[in-house]
Ligand binder design. Structure first.
Ligand SMILES: Nc1ncnc2c1ncn2[C@@H]1O[C@H](COP(=O)(O)OP(=O)(O)O)[C@@H](O)[C@H]1O
Ligand SMILES: [Mg+2]
Length: 211
């Protein structure tokens, strides 16, 4: 299989405080994007519930779900109490599957700060962030604690979306990592309003999610 270089390697980072709209944005994005497969790490069952789809618990279910374009993984069955190992294995598996699957694939990890730290990131997630383009797999990551993220995430991000965000350390982190981003404006954003920046072109857009 040739390297899937023609696919854009998207690394979309969505930040914002709790209840600001990150999950709603992620769901809209996953529903609207033209991905051949979405890999969703769902330790709390939030996305199986919201998307009204069955979560996969064992490898046979994961493999069977690829053809539907929606692989929602519940790690609590095979990795109870150990979501970090589960995420490592899930990313590794998604990476391997993506090599054989044409089209754009996307890995979604909600509240990714829970699974990394400034000094640690699961190796296979780092591989997807840094080399995802080889296998046509982008990523969508959300966090309400951007300052707890690993540098690889900020370094590889291609798009930043910020909902309302407060707190000195969090805002400082945004300003430090994204020079041109209007950090001073995110404090006052109402729920479901966001500011987005394409980090390649630096173009900024604003939006509001509606139910
Ligand atoms: N289906 C819905 N209808 C109306 N409001 C909703 C719905 N889903 C979420 N919300 C509201 O939208 C806001 C954003 O929620 P959410 O996207 O889950 O935030 P986050 O993921 O940033 O914590 C919250 O105020 C939530 O109560
Ligand atoms: Mg959420």
């Amino acid at each position: 299989m040739s390297l899937q270089y023609k696919n854009k390697n998207l690394v979309l980072l969505v930040v914002g405080c709790s209840g600001s709209g990150k999950s709603t944005y992620a769901i809209r994005f996953l529903l609207n994007c033209k991905a051949s497969c979405r890999f969703i790490f769902d330790p709390r069952g939030e996305y199986a519930d919201k998307l009204k789809r069955r979560a996969c618990r064992v490898p046979a279910e994961l493999h069977a779900a690829v053809g539907t374009g929606w692989v929602i993984y519940d790690p609590s069955y095979l990795f109870p109490g150990d979501p970090n190992t589960a995420l490592e294995k899930f990313c590794e598996w998604a990476w391997t599957v993506s090599a054989k699957l044409p089209g754009q694939k996307i890995m979604f990890v909600d509240e990714v700060w829970k699974h990394c730290s400034p000094n640690f990131i699961p190796k296979s997630l780092a591989m997807i962030l840094m080399d995802g383009r080889k296998n046509g797999i982008g990523s969508l990551l959300t966090t309400h604690r951007p300052n707890k993220l690993n540098d690889a995430i900020a370094g590889e991000a291609t798009e930043l979306v910020s909902f309302s965000l407060n707190g000195g350390l969090k805002l400082e982190w945004l300003a430090k990592n994204f020079d041109d981003f209007p950090v001073d404006q995110v404090k006052d954003l109402p729920p479901l309003h966001f500011i987005a920046q394409n980090l390649d072109s630096t173009a900024i857009s604003r939006g509001e999610l509606k139910f």
